[in-house]
Design a protein around this ligand. Structure first.
Ligand code: NAD
Ligand code: WQD
Length: 336
């Protein structure tokens, strides 16, 4: 299939290009580079041994998107483009709502006018809010999102579901990612956060490499085995291959389909820190800090539906995730 990746220069998109190429799909990337570096695409090109067709454009730019669809016949779109920092979204709600909602509205309208009605949407475990059941299945009701970022994911899921309900020609796959970490094992591409990282793994790797003094562990009094927050970390290459599997659902005219993409295993903050230290033989100094507002104690999924219906399951374990995150960081201490 010929696939358009919006936001394809970013962390998950760049890894997904490789898996799509391996599976024999051709790709085209549109990205405004607001949170990414074109060097990522040059490095992906080296890995796959061919150029990655790319246009620098904003998905909200209707003219640019129209031109792209005029010039290409896309079979499906994987819609990664969006702003994703939870903390920033609380400080800049209007920018987050405007970017994430409008980019999707423009994209969907352009897609339907060019009769491309197959879309995979990057959703998030955040839509479950404080989960009603653990492990979380896709039937688990959506919850209250405590931040504008999460709200955009939840609202865009509704928009996509309404669209598919109204026009059955659409195939819509909502992929709810859990906590992607790791990097491609070659170590030339990876997560490249701007400024001080919000997420756990980049904070760990930047501490290990000496850029940060110590990791703050946000709370050790949760109702979890060691008191620290438990999450479902998934290797970004596994997440990437989940998109290839989702394309098979689209090829079978799935209509609306929703999948959790996680491993089904929960690891605490201290489990991750200990695994990282053990696998990589480097120190990660840490101090216990107060809870971070908006955090929940435990979040991990039941990934059985994706296995049963897509034949997809995560292959990498926590040790490989820690190994590959460190491999990327130590080879690229300043990112791209
Ligand atoms: P990322 O920031 O690395 O990639 C997103 C890309 O979208 C960036 O390259 C950015 O420049 C681009 N972009 C943003 N707004 C755009 C616009 N209006 N037009 C064109 N390009 C635009 O983030 P990521 O981690 O690769 O995440 C990809 C998607 O997955 C996002 O939608 C994110 O919300 C979602 N997601 C991420 C995580 C995570 O923990 N990384 C978890 C769940 C869901
Ligand atoms: C993981 C655990 C923290 C940093 C976020 C978004 C979610 C999704 C994935 C996009 C928690 C603890 C963290 C630190 C710490 N993104 N932690 N010290 O919050 O589960 O999910 O990213 O959709 O929407 O909310 O991920 O990596 O920030 O935190 O102790 O410096 O690590 O408290 O328990 P989170 P995270």
């Amino acid at each position: 299939m010929h696939i358009l990746l919006t936001g394809g220069a970013g962390y998950i998109g760049s890894h997904t290009i490789i898996e799509l190429d391996k599976a024999g799909h051709s790709v085209y990337v549109v990205d405004n580079l607001s949170n990414s570096n074109p060097e990522a695409l040059r490095r992906v090109a080296k890995i796959i041994g061919k150029e990655v067709p790319f246009v620098e454009a904003d998905v909200r730019d209707r003219k640019a998107m129209d031109a792209l669809f005029e010039a290409n016949r896309f079979d499906a779109v994987i819609h990664f483009a969006g702003l994703k920092s939870v903390g920033e979204s609380v400080a800049m709600p209007l920018e987050y709502y405007e970017n994430n909602m409008n980019a999707t509205f423009v994209l969907l309208d352009v897609m339907r006018r060019h009769n491309c009605k197959n879309i995979i949407f990057s959703s998030s475990a955040t839509v479950y809010g404080e989960p009603a059941v653990i492990p979380i299945t896709e039937e688990c009701p959506k919850g209250h999102c405590t931040n504008p970022y999460g709200q955009t994911k939840s609202m865009l899921e509704e928009v996509l579901m309404d669209l598919q309900r109204a026009d059955k020609a659409w195939n819509v796959v909502l992929l709810r990612y859990f906590n992607p970490i790791g990097a491609h094992p070659v170590g030339t591409i990876g997560e490249n956060p701007n400024g001080i990282p919000n997420n756990l793994m980049p904070y760990i790797t930047q501490t290990a490499v000496g850029m940060r003094k110590e990791l703050g562990v946000f709370g050790d009094d949760y109702d979890t085995p060691d008191g620290t927050g438990v999450r479902d970390y998934i290797h970004v290459c596994d997440l990437a291959s989940g998109h290839v599997a989702a394309l098979q659902a689209i090829q079978k005219n799935c209509g609306l389909a929703i999948y959790n993409l996680g491993t089904g295993h929960g690891y605490s903050v201290l489990d991750v820190v200990k695994a990282f230290i053990k696998v990589n033989g480097v120190d990660v100094p840490y101090v216990i800090k107060p809870r971070r507002p908006g955090d929940i104690a435990t979040c991990y999924c039941n990934p059985a539906k994706a296995k049963a219906e897509l034949g997809w399951e995560a292959k990498y374990g926590i040790e490989e995730m820690c190994r590959d995150s460190w491999n990327w960081q130590k080879r690229n201490p300043k990112g791209y």
